[in-house]
Design a protein around this ligand. Structure first.
Ligand code: ASP
Ligand code: MG
Length: 406
């Protein structure tokens, strides 16, 4: 008998009817395979946002602690409704909030990390043939305060439970039928991948493919939990996220990721001497602005140009901070552009093949797309291009690396 953890996201449990459908699916699954089932659910779609709006009407910046008390109720509604639906089908079920399971987290309200999960009660329920329904996205501190794991955190609850219970598979049921080679809204020829590695998925996720919370993929990789993304609404095998193995598709590149929310800033004519990069970036990180790519030019006249990218929302603030630094450092001037995007090719196949970068750059050049910045990692090459080229760049690379459906 195998143990499966299923997770159903907000759109899968968005109405009472949909919750009833999930209940039917679970009962059918249990009948067919005799599997032990632990089910993690999100709040019904829109609920977390609705409550966040309510909070804003009370206080401009409510405390993270009270936000956790508020937002955790969304998932609590779903577990109760799903248990009712299961019982109505004659299936014994038991609901648990995060605190009731004892999903112990640290004290970081709003972005808590799971430290320990006590599985004794769940195991007893499973042995008694019950379906166990757990509220996603939440935990409890050692001293008993309710915490939440950050937006999209139910994915992480599911993976963490799967790891703690040594489940055979963790299935994330959602409104898409798997992980695609790229966003089908940009490239209609995109196709579903049957398998992808944890590492590749992390790169795809951090680059803006928002199917899974990034932390859940990290967790799955660390504890080697086979993770499958599949549709609640259609049949199909979805995409398995797992370790690299021999029968992984022999593609060089697994996918094309992109991120529209980018902006780049440059400090021109900075004196080229030790400590300058730190002096530029310290005030940026002090302002809690995350930096992505960094490029420093080779100095010709004892000065250098220093360029980096930030989230587009942070562009005005970053420009302002740089103006100050510019004066302090006696640099020439600050320039910037918030109409840029990042496009990346991702694939473990890149490790063992030379020439991938040049293939990428020639493909873009053939379409007259100018590359503004480049960065690489072991399994990813990213370029910054003008926003107007996003679609063209994605489709060109998708075609060039043979990812398109024939
Ligand atoms: N309900 C939470 C959110 O919308 C957690 C989740 O759905 O994973 O972020
Ligand atoms: Mg989600």
């Amino acid at each position: 008998m195998s143990l499966h953890v299923h997770k159903y996201g907000g759109t899968s449990v968005g109405t009472t009817e949909k919750i009833q459908n999930v209940a039917k699916k679970l009962v059918a699954c249990k009948k067919a395979n005799g599997d032990q089932l632990v089910v993690v659910v999100s709040a019904m779609s829109g609920e977390t946002n609705r409550m966040t709006e309510l909070a804003k009407q009370m206080q401009a910046t409510p405390s993270a602690k009270q936000m956790d008390v508020l937002l955790s109720t969304g998932e609590q509604v779903t577990i109760a409704l799903l248990c009712m639906a299961l019982e109505e089908l004659g299936q014994e079920a038991v609901s648990y909030t995060g605190g009731q399971v004892k999903i112990i987290t640290d004290e970081a309200h709003g972005k808590a990390r799971i430290e320990e999960i006590i599985t004794d009660n769940i195991q007893a329920d499973l042995a008694a043939g019950r379906i166990v329904v757990v509220a996603g996205f939440q935990g409890v501190t050692k001293s008993g305060a309710i915490t939440t794991l950050g937006r999209g955190g139910s994915d992480t609850t599911a993976v963490a439970l799967a790891a703690a219970l040594k489940a055979d598979e963790c299935r994330i049921y959602t409104d898409v039928d798997g992980v695609y080679t790229t966003d089908p809204r940009v490239e209609p020829k995109a196709r579903r991948l049957s398998k992808i590695t944890f590492e590749e998925m992390l790169e795809m996720a951090s680059l803006g493919s928002k199917i899974l919370q990034i932390r859940s993929v990290e967790f799955a990789g660390k504890y080697n939990v086979p993770l499958r993304v599949l549709s609640t609404f259609d049949d199909g095998d979805g995409t398995l996220i797992t370790y690299e193995d021999d029968d992984m598709e022999k593609a060089l590149i697994s996918g094309i990721a992109f991120n529209r929310d980018e902006a780049k800033v440059t400090l021109e004519g900075v004196p080229d001497m030790p400590g300058v990069a730190a002096a530029i970036l310290k005030p940026i990180s002090d302002a809690n602005i995350e930096i992505d790519m960094i490029v420093q030019n080779i100095a010709e006249d004892k000065t250098t140009d220093f360029t980096f990218t930030v989230h587009r929302n942070e562009y005005p603030k970053t420009m302002q901070i740089l103006q100050n630094i510019c004066q302090e450092l006696g640099a020439k001037k600050v320039t910037g552009d918030d109409k840029i995007v990042k496009v990346s090719i991702v694939g473990v196949g890149m490790r063992s093949h030379a020439g991938i970068a040049s293939q990428m750059f020639s493909a873009l050049a053939d379409e007259g797309i100018n590359i503004r910045m480049i960065s690489t990692s072991e399994i990813k090459i990213s370029v910054v291009v003008d926003e107007k080229y996003l679609e063209l760049a994605v489709r060109t690379l998708h075609e060039s690396f043979g990812l398109s459906v024939e």
